[in-house]
Design a protein around this ligand. Structure first.
Ligand code: CP
Ligand code: NVA
Length: 298
């Protein structure tokens, strides 16, 4: 049984062929029958615009249909154990797409499920987003070995998935976060042991210097909003603005998984500028997720 819980579940040797396939799916807006008459159950414990809509459309364009559930309208909200939910849904449906809190919840679902489980965001990882972001880069600059990709801001689920992505492709990943908000050392060390080229600095200017792509994300992820006023102080120097970007390559591109908080992690000027490729990133969720589902069912 194949699951897609982190980018590390994806085989490195297939990555370029896979990106080409995703590009083909995108160019031809392919309608496929990989999920013909199959049902995907989406279980979302956190809000979503892009992930929900792009997955529901993706499932439909692969011939299947979806059912959307939240804890509010299911027994999950009344403490039915995850392992029971996994076993029951496996008897009806063909795929579970899950947005939740701890990665351990996804792992438990996968352990008890007899159908593929896809991580639609957890506190620790956001693999579908970063796979889509790789596609957004690949369609512009296919030679990853020449690229410096910077991560500026919180060492969150997106940063962690970028660290995993650096084990698949030969780009240089430079991460800059404030003290106390770094990604886990062990995750970086493990990625390095698998060949990832990762550099960490507390200085956002150093991270962005000469970068081809600059990535950021909200300062307080879903569930951490009460911390925001404190974080606004701590993250102030990590805002992606014109001044910071002036240190990057002249044709730098700015990435953000969205939703963005203009005036916090990114300025309105920058997100609306010619440097910004955030709408392509959002679009590519659809095409990449079709490719991921095709891979899971192949
Ligand atoms: N980028 C992303 O996952 O967006 P949503 O929270 O809207 O799904
Ligand atoms: N890091 C953000 C990503 C949102 C798509 C969060 O977890 O809220």
């Amino acid at each position: 049984m194949k699951h897609f819980l982190t980018i590390r579940d994806f085989p490195k040797q297939d990555i370029e062929k896979f990106l080409d396939r995703a590009l083909e799916i995108k160019r031809e807006r392919k309608i496929l029958d990989v999920l013909k008459n199959r049902c995907a159950v989406l279980i979302f414990e956190k809000p979503s615009t892009r992930t929900r809509v792009s997955f529901e459309v993706a499932v439909r364009e692969l011939g299947g249909y979806s059912i959307f559930m939240t804890p509010k309208d299911s027994q999950l909200g009344r403490d039915e154990p995850l392992k029971d939910t996994a076993r029951v849904i496996s008897r009806y449906a063909h795929l579970m797409i899950v947005r939740t809190f701890g990665q351990n919840k996804l792992e438990e679902l996968a352990e008890y499920s007899t159908i593929p489980v896809v991580n639609a965001l957890s506190n620790e990882f956001h693999p579908c987003q970063v796979m889509s972001d790789l596609l957004t880069i690949y369609e512009r600059t296919p030679d990853f070995s020449r690229l410096k990709i910077a991560w500026v801001g919180d060492g969150n689920n997106m940063a962690n998935s970028w660290i995993n992505a650096a084990t698949l492709l030969p780009f240089k990943l430079t991460i800059s976060c404030p003290k106390g908000y770094e990604p886990k050392k062990e995750l970086i060390e493990e990625a390095r042991s698998l060949g990832a080229n990762i550099y960490f600095t507390y200085d956002p200017k150093e991270a962005v210097e000469g970068a081809d792509y600059v990535n950021t994300d909200v300062w307080a992820s879903m569930g951490l909003e009460t911390d925001l006023s404190k974080r606004k102080e701590i993250f102030r120097d990590y805002q992606v603005n014109e001044k910071l970007l002036s240190l990057a390559k002249e044709d730098v591109r700015v990435m953000h998984c969205l939703p963005a908080h203009r005036g916090e992690e990114i300025t309105d000027d920058v997100i609306e500028s010619e440097y910004s490729i955030v709408w392509d990133q959002a679009e590519n969720r659809l095409h990449m997720q079709k490719a991921i589902l095709e891979w899971l069912f192949s």
